[in-house]
Design a protein around this ligand. Structure first.
Ligand SMILES: Cc1cc2nc3c(=O)[nH]c(=O)nc-3n(C[C@H](O)[C@H](O)[C@H](O)COP(=O)(O)O)c2cc1C
Length: 217
């Protein structure tokens, strides 16, 4: 096996199907994980998603059927649910919010204008009449953060599993009904974290490197 730290992490990590229900992720470890995810990059640096963290609780268990009662969802110490802005919110709020944080100086109005023009020129033609595609753009940013979260979890000594097998519409509606997200936000993906229950080690099935990567000189 390679000595490279990231290769070791990626070789060792796997998707946990059942978690130890007695294990609770320590607060400081959870904070480090969330900080890593928060620092993830996004196209144009857009600040278009956030996370909701669900420890084990009666509230979380209301979501069990929406997640198909998957064992990892039910038993995880924490479920980190990624929520993204719909295109309507990206256009009406997120771009301005991002710009204000990027260019806090009141003298930066020219830079703000350039950023806004660039953003709108790049995307308006694609998504204005097709907001569903814009929603997909927004969700794509989340997947980068999910990947960071997976690696961060392993490096923090946690087990994890990405959870995309759920009813996104029902989840979004449930969150809206609870007042946890706005009408122009949507549930995208979840990450279950904790300590996996003992399990037989499974070989990693991946494409052979020779097929996977080609160096073009
Ligand atoms: C976007 C995404 C969604 C996934 N959704 C689920 C899921 O709903 N339930 C589950 O048990 N595993 C889920 N997985 C985990 C995959 O089954 C797993 O990554 C794959 O089988 C490779 O195994 P490994 O992660 O153990 O290497 C998901 C993985 C990804 C990347």
């Amino acid at each position: 096996m390679s000595n490279c730290q990231i290769v070791k992490l990626m070789t060792n990590r796997y998707s946990a199907r059942v978690f130890d229900e007695t294990f609770q992720v320590p607060k400081s470890v959870l904070e480090s994980l969330l900080e890593s995810v928060r620092l993830s990059p996004s196209a144009y640096g857009a600040l278009n998603y956030r996370v909701l963290v669900f420890p084990r609780s009666k509230t979380r268990s209301e979501l069990n059927p929406i997640f198909g009662n998957q064992n990892n969802f039910v038993t995880a110490s924490e479920i980190i649910l990624f929520v993204a802005d719909r295109w309507s919110k990206v256009e009406s709020q997120t771009v301005d919010k991002t710009i204000d944080l990027m260019f806090p100086d009141s003298q930066d109005s020219f830079k703000k204008q350039i950023y806004a023009n660039n953003f709108h020129q790049r995307y308006d033609g694609l998504y204005k009449n097709n907001p569903q595609l814009g929603d997909e753009w927004s969700a794509k940013q989340v997947y980068i953060a999910l990947g960071v979260g997976l690696v961060a979890a392993e490096s923090l000594g946690l087990d994890s599993c990405p959870l995309g097998g759920f009813d996104e519409k029902a989840c979004t509606k449930w969150l809206q009904t609870k007042g946890l997200i706005a009408q122009d936000e949507m549930a995208v993906i979840a990450l279950a974290i904790g300590k996996a229950s003992p399990h037989p080690k499974k070989a990693k099935i991946r494409q052979p490197m020779a097929e996977f990567a080609k160096i073009i000189n």
